[in-house]
Design a protein around this ligand. Structure first.
Ligand code: NAD
Length: 272
């Protein structure tokens, strides 16, 4: 669909278009009724440059070539899932014409985070380390439950990921633990990621985070609230990587008419 055909069609530029997430984003935009891919960008010299973004993503030809440069106009949303080294120059490109930005790239250094904050005074930006709608709601529920149950209930987190995952615990598990700590005025010192040996007894106020690895699991997180005589488990299971792309595109629809600012998925879902 051409975005001039329909006043509600939102023009989208995907940065990192030949990456794992970029390809899923292209597929999801092409499959949608209200989004139109107007640009697909990747690193200069990378093998996909000059190829059709649709066929590169494993679908039909869409006549959008993967390029190594872009100049998004106002009213366009840039969805950037590339690498941290690219974030600052992508931000500058969005600033020139006031395009909105949905940034999925993780691992930003402090200088880039400062740049992000400064740019958000002029354009609306959503930045989330996890665009899953389910994980965003889980995080919200985690806080609600911890507040209501109070400090006499112990909190522990268990996460499971595929056999190839390099880091442990997962970033999402650590963010959940951090959120639980903040809810009850604890610091990140209360988070314990290793327990073994004779001195491994649980101390009051600790938030234990344990990791399992194996198979092809995209990711599971379970928060245990352990009381005397009862317990609650809040669980999220990811079945496919497309959940991040769908969440990011939900953010793209939401960010379009926003005032400048730095937002995350809890704003997109109306949770704050
Ligand atoms: P990937 O390595 O498969 O893809 C990254 C792409 O970015 C590559 O095609 C690479 O060529 C391209 N790239 C590198 N430099 C660039 C530049 N200067 N300009 C344009 N493109 C450039 O990685 P991936 O698995 O698709 O993940 C991409 C990013 O998204 C990572 O930071 C990852 O941690 C993050 N991610 C975030 C979420 C989330 O929910 N926030 C989910 C999954 C991945």
């Amino acid at each position: 669909m051409d975005y001039n055909d329909h006043e509600k069609v939102i023009p989208i530029v995907i940065v990192g278009a030949r990456g794992r997430m970029g390809k899923v984003l292209v597929q999801e935009v092409v499959a949608s009724d209200d989004l139109s891919l107007v640009g697909a960008v990747d690193r200069s010299g990378s093998p996909g440059i000059g190829q059709d973004a649709g066929t590169f993503a494993g679908g039909l030809r869409i006549d959008v070539e993967i390029t190594d440069d872009f100049a998004p106009r106002r009213g366009t949303v840039v969805v950037d899932f590339s690498l941290p080294e690219a974030t600052s120059s992508n931000l500058d490109r969005c600033l020139v014409h006031g395009a909105g930005l949905v940034l999925g790239t993780t691992g930003l250094d402090s200088k880039t985070r400062e740049h992000l904050l400064a740019a958000s005074k002029e354009i609306p930006i959503v930045h989330a380390a996890n665009y899953s709608v389910g994980v965003t709601v889980l995080t919200h529920l985690a806080t609600l439950a911890a507040r209501a149950l109070g400090p006499s209930w112990d909190n522990e987190i268990l996460e499971l990921h595929h056999r190839h995952k390099r880091d442990a615990p997962s970033g999402t598990a650590l963010r959940l633990a951090d959120q639980l700590a903040k809810t009850s005025d604890r610091t990140s010192d209360s988070i314990v990621t290793q327990r073994s040996g004779p001195a491994a007894r649980r101390h009051d106020g600790e938030i234990g985070v344990a990791s399992l690895r194996g198979g092809d699991s995209i990711g599971e997180h379970c928060i245990f609230y352990l009381g005397d005589g009862e317990r609650i488990e809040l669980v999220h299971r990811a079945h496919e990587r497309a959940i991040f792309a769908r969440g990011a595109l939900r953010a793209a629809r939401w960010v379009l008419d926003r005032d400048p600012g730095l937002y995350d998925m809890s704003h997109v879902l109306g949770l704050v």
